[in-house]
Design a protein. Structure first.
Length: 97
């Protein structure tokens, strides 16, 4: 098992998914989250924000280990919740909602 790179944060789609509860992994408010984000959308949003994303599509979120939806590694430039909110709002802009 490889360790995650230093200076990187893991962003799971569950962190910003409006359809999930806090106990199921969401870390930002429902108001700021988006419906069922994909790793591709998170990667594109992180790219726009200049966070050098690395998509790992074969990974599964530990709380839902049966569904390998992937994860995105981004540069650790701010707290995870702050970056998650920025990524979420960027996805909203990209979706046009």
């Amino acid at each position: 098992m490889l360790m995650k790179e230093k200076g990187k944060l893991v962003i799971w789609p569950a962190y910003i998914d409006r359809t999930r509860s806090r106990s199921k992994g969401r870390i930002i408010s429902r108001k700021t989250s988006v419906n069922e984000p994909t790793v591709r959308e998170i990667g594109l949003a992180a790219e726009k924000l200049g966070l050098n994303p690395e998509i790992e599509a074969d990974k599964a979120y530990p709380k839902s280990w049966w569904a390998a939806k992937g994860r995105v590694l981004i540069d650790n430039t701010a707290p995870k919740t702050v970056l998650s909110r920025r990524i979420s709002s960027t996805i909203k802009e990209m979706r046009g909602s």
